[in-house]
Unconditional design. Structure first.
Length: 255
């Protein structure tokens, strides 16, 4: 949990389902979420009275004739225009956004809270998860990622730095402080080390297209989970296994 100057970067991009020739997407940096329209442009308006075709304005005193603007074909180009700005809802850095299957709402998550937004309302959001303790010294984990279910608009999951994934149902309560399911693999005591908790932190979680499975990524593995089985993943794929013997060096160098 850090308080830093907001960098010029994009943390996440999420596309909305296409409804017309244009595309719409959500992007977020550490604090602000924006809705963009991206469209191909094949027509242009020219022959303005006060404006040159290049965009600069003429001196009104030099205009002696009145002309009618006209529309003409132009070279194909892609134009991105900002449609909405959703801001001032997160105290900590936003780590994930996810569009709901209803295409009307989306969620945004930071280290301690998850907010629910309506795409049409920029100045109001609803807090649906809050894990901030009364005493910050009692904080034991932070939220690392969050994702809506691909077909059930009332379900979403969020992962934590402890390596757990919680499935929540928004029909149960306005504030989802109690999860419906908890996906957590019991740790083998023989493999426990100083780095166990660090490498178990989940960096991202995604649903399969069917919504039956989830994929999570931690420091050294990718795990596939069945939503009907909470006790352990059904598959586990090692990633960067060669780094396991170098964890001490990576930790000392803050990698």
């Amino acid at each position: 949990l850090k308080s830093l100057e907001i960098e010029e970067k994009i943390n996440k991009i999420r596309w909305l389902r296409r409804k017309n020739p244009a595309h719409f997407l959500l992007s977020t940096n550490d604090k602000t979420i924006k809705l963009w329209k991206v469209a191909e442009k094949t027509w242009k308006v020219e022959n303005f009275n006060l404006k040159e075709d290049c965009g600069s304005f003429r001196d009104p005193t030099t205009i002696t004739t009145l002309q009618v603007p006209r529309v003409s074909r132009s070279q194909l180009s892609v134009e991105a225009s900002l449609r909405r700005v959703f801001a001032n809802a997160h105290t900590y850095h936003i780590n994930s956004i996810s569009v709901n299957s209803d295409q009307e709402t989306y969620l945004s998550a930071d280290d301690l809270r998850i907010n629910l937004w309506n795409l049409e309302i920029t100045d109001q959001s609803f807090n649906i998860v809050d894990i901030k303790p009364t005493n910050m010294e009692e904080l034991t984990e932070v939220i690392t990622a969050s994702e809506f279910h691909p077909s059930s608009c009332n379900l979403f999951v969020y992962s934590s730095s402890k390596g757990t994934i919680r499935l929540c149902d928004m029909r149960a309560a306005a504030l989802c402080d109690r999860h419906t399911k908890l996906f957590d693999e019991p740790e083998d005591p023989t493999n426990r080390s100083f780095f166990s908790e660090i490498i178990s932190s989940i960096s991202d979680v995604k649903f399969s297209y069917s919504g039956r499975y989830m994929v999570s990524r931690d420091y050294l593995s990718i795990k596939v989970w069945d939503l009907h089985m909470e006790t352990r993943p059904i598959e586990c794929y090692p990633v960067h296994e060669y780094l396991r013997s170098k964890l001490c060096s990576l930790y000392e160098n803050d990698c």
